[in-house]
Design a protein around this ligand. Structure first.
Ligand SMILES: [Zn+2]
Length: 468
């Protein structure tokens, strides 16, 4: 890395000399780059293997479209590779969900994280707000429960894990081990929108209850608040969801040190915050017009008692490793959440932390080559990299933030669809916050079967790729 930095300095100098001499500026700059060499012969052979992978690790950057991954890349240094670049096979997935029309389903170009997660979890399209249930005529009419990729692994007697920086009951993790008509029905006391699905009504209960009942081998993230709620129906009535899980033999940990100490095969539930887990970085609030004077982000903001996404991933892999193979999903959830809030440093810090989790997966794969790694995003967002030197009438509309990158340059990010808080005010948080968009998302892969992600596919195709 240090060598790369030195090269960059020399390259800029060489480019300036080249300009003065009237030679090809572009070629001088490009000469100092290390062009992507493409997949090696060994990687190609492995990727085209028809053998079913023993282990599958799926890493999902929530809201991590091409612009978010590029913003993190440029912030770190334009020539600095991201860990995701080590995955040699890349394609695109369309992410459209469906909405009820008159007697038929119509495409919805701008999906939410519930319908998108349900796509890879079940291989089927559904309506927004829905968790691994088929579509119906309205949100308050439950759809048909659909078998999930995680349930398929459990049916085959294989181990399963689910790791996130969100509440474990949030849409992306929820889609693996629960079925719900409305994503907000996360705990026993949050069932107002799902009255037909409570345990007392004969349903499967809230998302937290269903996750506890699934006895996942590893379930790590935030969301203590949901699991501390009291169960109101069924055999465990009167107990909290945590107590219900513990009675089934699940171990419960709440800080990084306790997670570190866990070993053995019994299920582990780790909840490290009341709600969403703490952010890695902080920085300037987005403002209208030209935005703030460029500043670097403040790193190292996560309290040490909360494990990083990389630490949770490493531990999950250690606990899941077994003779019969496993499925693990890892979500970097707050890329999306901070993008909604037009928080550039928050968003980039979470993207960098997500890449550190990918590094853990690659490290595991090196010692366990029958492992397929797939990385993607659930949907794109309206964040964009725009010109840093705008003045007057060419100023970006809406909110923007200016960051000083490690190359010493200004990276200007706009949040063009953020809710307007009025002159001089921060963007409104919710709603209307910065929006999702309908653009395709990248999919990267490495390992047996990785070639399936090539080209442009649909997010529902991931279900089979992941072993569903
Ligand atoms: Zn979102």
């Amino acid at each position: 890395m240090a060598g790369e930095r030195r090269n960059l300095g020399l390259g800029v100098g060489a480019a300036i000399v080249a300009m003065g001499l009237g030679t090809a500026f572009g070629s001088v700059v490009l000469d100092r780059s290390d062009p992507a060499t493409g997949p090696s012969e060994a990687a190609l052979k492995k990727a085209t293997s028809t053998k079913t992978p023993k282990n599958v690790i799926f890493l999902i950057g929530d809201g991590m479209g091409v612009q978010e991954i590029t913003a993190a890349r440029y912030y770190q240094g334009a020539k600095e590779p991201l860990t995701v670049d080590k995955l040699p096979f890349t394609g695109f997935d369309t992410t459209w969900s469906v909405k009820p029309g008159s007697g038929k389903l119509l495409p919805d170009y701008n999906p939410d994280s519930a319908s998108t997660a349900s796509m890879w979890a079940t291989g089927r399209k559904t309506i927004d707000e829905r968790i691994s249930q088929g579509p119906s005529t309205a949100e308050d009419v439950p759809g048909k429960n659909l078998v999930t990729v995680l349930e398929r692994y459990q049916e085959r007697g294989q181990r399963v894990g689910n790791v996130t920086t969100a509440e474990v009951t949030d849409a992306s993790p929820a889609s693996l081990a629960s079925h719900m008509s409305v994503r907000a029905c996360q705990g026993p006391e949050n069932m107002d929108n799902c009255p037909l699905e409570t345990k007392q009504a004969g349903g499967l209960g809230s998302i937290a209850e269903q996750e506890a009942d699934h006895e996942l081998d590893v379930l790590l993230g935030g969301g203590q608040g949901r699991f501390e709620q009291t169960i109101t129906g069924g055999p465990d009535v009167g107990k909290t969801v945590i107590e219900s899980a513990q009675e089934n033999g699940t171990r419960y940990v709440t800080d990084a040190a306790s997670l570190d100490a866990v070993s053995g095969d019994e299920p582990v539930l780790g909840l490290f915050s009341t709600g969403t887990m703490a952010l890695e970085w902080s920085g300037p609030a987005a403002t209208t017009g030209k935005g703030n004077a460029p500043v670097a982000c403040t790193e190292g903001q996560r309290p040490p008692e909360q494990p990083s996404l990389a630490a949770m991933t490493k531990k999950a892999l250690e606990l899941l490793k077994n003779r019969k193979g496993f499925f693990l999903q890892v979500e970097g959830a707050s890329i999306d959440k901070q993008d909604h809030l037009a928080n550039a440093c928050g968003q980039i810090g979470e993207t960098v932390a997500f890449n550190r989790a990918i590094r853990q997966a690659l490290s595991f794969q090196r010692n366990n080559p029958r492992t397929l790694i797939v990385v993607s995003a659930d949907h794109s967002m309206a964040n964009q990299i725009v010109a840093e030197d705008s003045e007057g009438s060419t100023l970006p509309t809406g909110y923007s933030a200016n960051l000083r990158t490690r190359d010493g340059q200004t990276l200007t990010l706009t949040y063009g669809t953020s809710g307007y808080g009025g002159p001089g005010s921060a963007p409104t948080a919710s709603p209307p916050s910065q929006q999702h968009t309908g653009a395709v998302v990248p999919v990267w892969a490495k390992g047996p079967g990785a070639i399936k992600v090539l080209g442009t596919n649909d997010q529902t195709d991931l279900f089979k790729t992941l072993g569903g």
